[in-house]
Design a protein around this ligand. Structure first.
Ligand SMILES: Cc1cc2nc3c(=O)[nH]c(=O)nc-3n(C[C@H](O)[C@H](O)[C@H](O)COP(=O)(O)OP(=O)(O)OC[C@H]3O[C@@H](n4cnc5c(N)ncnc54)[C@H](O)[C@@H]3O)c2cc1C
Length: 428
């Protein structure tokens, strides 16, 4: 059995790694000249910049890859883990422990009491929006000052536009398990708010897909775009410009539009993928001298800023004065079309207001289709049907974070290995 994997982002490469461990043959085909997909790290004027993820959690599946690849000495752990919300004209610390909850000035005493009443509220409804759910369960103040900015910030999205069934499937499962949402939050808070440590690598997060690609170089083909997928008598043929790869199963790890093109000849429902919204983003890297410590901040909606949030790479990973400003998103997608100068100046001026520090613009970049929006357009997935032997592993089949991508890849490798084990019996 050979598995054809389209895309050498983190999902495709983690899948390759786990298929190899399971002794299943595979081939990875990547259009770009580098592995990593949206994970991009490089130096500009000596500064290490990230154009995709700024940090990742060292969960068990991430740890397994790092250990398998012998990369422990390249890992850097984030220093100070504080996270801030810019609200009422000031940076205020988000609470992740009981003590911080007691002290936070993001919530009044009344707001704190509303949070504690969550177990008395009705269960989550998959069809309500994330904003409705958070407001109903934790109170208006907690939504506006804390949960809205932090949750919306992760996706550059508007919780008012995100149905629970698409944006918060994990929360639905959590509520089913614990009976309410406050219990798991309190459990974590009582453990000091700890979760898997946030990490990067000395030369940036792209080192992880690079190391995977190097480890499996024999089966990873860069600069090999798939133009068409054809069904054959006993599987599929992946066509590239000038070559063909015969495989038994195909895994698409590509973003929705690319997958729609590739599935066009195989299912009438492929066009549903073209309907999925992704939020356009601009990333502006600044250099500044600041002494604030933490992960960074998200901005409350009504503060009158264009900035969605800022990652403090300087503090997290000692990155020589580097700060990454996120602009655009669902809040103002048109902003991403402005000139480099306008974007740089917007990021620099607002950074100066919030951080009280001068900054220089190091780089301006745009992602036309950045974060998955997980909005109502995701309903289109209800119409999608894939033929036997075609699998999807991507940010519309599970969550977008790197740990989730690796977990999904590992799970799919297990499923494919199990189906391989039963195939000879099927054929008899
Ligand atoms: C700006 C940004 C910030 C983020 N921040 C974080 C963060 O801080 N922490 C975190 O955990 N996650 C973060 N994420 C999410 C995470 O980085 C992504 O969800 C994840 O890297 C996606 O990996 P993937 O392999 O599923 O998809 P992709 O990276 O999109 O890989 C798909 C690959 O398919 C290739 N391809 C497309 N078409 C073809 C074709 N026809 N033939 C061959 N190859 C093709 C593409 O070139 C690409 O390499 C962030 C994402 C973005 C965009």
């Amino acid at each position: 059995m050979t598995v054809g994997i389209v895309g050498a982002g983190i999902t495709g490469l983690a899948l390759a790694h786990h298929l190899e461990k399971a002794d299943i043959e595979y081939v990875v085909l990547e259009a770009d000249s580098e592995p990593g997909g949206v994970i991009r790290s490089d130096r500009v004027d000596g500064h290490l910049l990230e154009w995709g993820p700024q940090r990742l959690r060292r969960t068990e599946p991430v740890d397994e890859l790092i250990t398998d690849l012998g990369m422990d000495d390249e890992v850097i752990e984030a220093g100070e883990t504080k996270l801030f919300v810019y609200a009422n004209g000031k940076l205020r610390r988000a609470p992740f422990s009981i003590e911080e909850f007691g002290k936070t000035d993001l919530l009044s005493w009344r707001g704190k009491l509303d949070v504690l009443k969550e177990p008395q509220t009705d269960p989550a409804d998959p069809d309500e929006t994330a904003a409705e759910l958070f407001t109903r369960k934790f109170g208006e103040e907690a939504y506006r000052n804390l949960i809205g900015p932090l949750f919306g910030g992760i996706y550059g999205s508007e919780p008012e536009q995100m149905p629970v069934k698409h944006a918060l499937s994990g929360v639905l499962l959590m509520e089913q398990k614990y009976g309410d949402l406050l219990t798991p939050v309190l459990k974590r808070a009582m453990a000091g708010g700890t979760s898997a440590p946030a990490i990067s690598f000395e030369e940036g997060i792209q080192r992880l897909p690079e190391a995977l690609s190097d480890a499996h170089a024999e089966n990873v083909h860069l600069e090999t775009a798939i133009s068409e997928i054809r069904q054959s008598d006993d599987g599929y043929v992946l066509e590239t410009d000038g070559a063909e790869f015969a495989v038994d199963d195909v895994v698409l790890t590509t973003a929705a539009e690319a997958s729609a093109d590739l599935l066009e000849n195989l299912t009438d429902s492929a066009e549903s993928l073209t309907e999925l919204n992704y939020n356009p983003l601009a990333l502006v890297h600044l250099r500044a001298d600041c002494d604030r410590e933490g992960f960074g901040y998200q901005v409350r909606h009504d503060e009158g800023l264009e900035t969605l949030g800022v990652s403090w790479n300087a503090s997290m990973f000692d990155r020589d004065g580097v700060y990454t400003v996120f602009l655009g998103g669902m809040k103002n997608p048109k902003l991403v079309e402005e000139s480099d100068q306008t974007l740089g100046e917007t990021a620099r001026t607002e950074f100066n207001d919030v951080m009280d520090a001068d900054a220089d613009v190091v780089s301006v970049a745009r992602l036309g289709r950045g974060f998955p929006a997980y909005d109502a357009s995701w309903n289109a997935l209800d119409r999608l049907e894939t033929p036997d032997g075609i699998h999807l592993a991507t940010n519309y089949t599970a969550r977008m974070g790197v740990p989730s991508r690796i977990r999904e890849a590992k799970g799919l490798a297990t499923t494919l290995a199990e189906s391989h084990a039963t195939r000879p019996a099927d054929r008899e």
